[in-house]
Design a protein around this ligand. Structure first.
Ligand code: SAM
Length: 267
């Protein structure tokens, strides 16, 4: 595990957000479980599923906090949710196994305290502790400390609402992605959606749509959806993703629109 903590530019809001997350860093994971009733785990699972991780993937998780999403991606890219053997370890693979293509996952967050908790969590997990593909970097989503075209994929989970200049953060996501790279974002939408969708769509299960090949609320930007609630921050955010330069932008509502997963490609 490598740490690249460094001073990052902050505006007033970023400073305030920094203070808030510094004060909750050590209890953040417990709070997350309590406040979401554990649902954040399902939402993060779905985010990573939507990303379709592949071996050798170079992935950036921005506003990565204590590393939940990054750890999921790393495990998924390491194959079947298990760990990859540490370099030089015996018994990890045989000659008949396909060659292991190590990936790289970077957790980037503006708050060093959140990253430190992530470090401690990684150190406590045998498969992550010795994984040289995992690194933690302090950085602002609006001015990412990475060169152009350096990642295959980018995620931001429950972090975009904390960013002052969201269009700038999305433009930065586009900049650091390679051509063909994918940006996936999960964010909380208005709670009013939950109430309205519960009335409109009683056949929703907790977590995600229960039947049918495609989620009912999976939508291309601009499409008119039958029975959509009138208040749609999802559409607004999808347009922001498109305006930043992403293409093939889609979103999927989870838990009746309490949360949405947006996806876009750098084409
Ligand atoms: N992604 C993690 C998760 O889902 O558990 C953490 C989400 S937490 C609600 C929001 C995170 O965004 C915090 O760790 C905070 O420090 C980070 N953050 C806020 N503003 C940021 C910015 N401008 N750049 C990078 N990270 C930021």
């Amino acid at each position: 595990v490598d740490f690249g903590f460094r001073q990052v530019p902050r505006d007033a809001k970023a400073g305030l957000v920094g203070q808030v997350f510094s004060s909750v860093a050590s209890s953040y994971d417990v709070m997350n479980d309590l406040m979401s009733g554990g649902l954040h785990r399902l939402w993060k699972d779905r985010l990573v599923e939507a990303l379709r991780p592949f071996p050798g993937q170079e992935h950036l998780d921005v506003a990565g906090g204590t590393g939940d999403v990054a750890f999921r991606v790393l495990r998924a890219t390491s194959g079947s949710g298990s760990s990859r053997p540490p370099p030089g370890a015996a018994g990890g693979s045989s000659a008949s196994d396909p060659p292991l293509v190590p990936g790289r996952v970077v957790v980037c967050d503006i708050n060093p305290d959140m990253l430190r908790v992530g470090q401690q969590k990684a150190a406590a997990e045998p498969d992550l502790a010795c994984d040289s593909g995992l690194s933690f970097v302090e950085g602002n989503a609006e001015q990412l400390p990475f060169p152009d075209s350096s990642f295959d994929s980018y995620t931001i989970a429950f972090g975009i609402r904390n960013v002052t200049d969201r269009p700038a953060a999305l433009r930065e996501a586009l900049r650091v992605l390679k051509r063909g790279g994918r940006c996936v974002c999960v964010c909380v939408c208005y709670i009013i959606n939950y109430i309205l969708c519960s009335v409109y769509d009683l056949d929703y299960t907790v977590g995600r749509e229960s039947r049918g090949p495609k989620p009912k609320h999976s939508a291309r930007v601009g499409s008119t959806q039958h029975k959509q609630p009138p208040c749609r921050p999802q559409e607004t955010f999808a347009r922001m993703v498109e305006d930043a330069g992403f293409r093939a932008v889609t979103y999927e509502n989870l838990t009746s629109g309490v949360v949405a997963v947006h996806s876009g490609f750098k084409l």
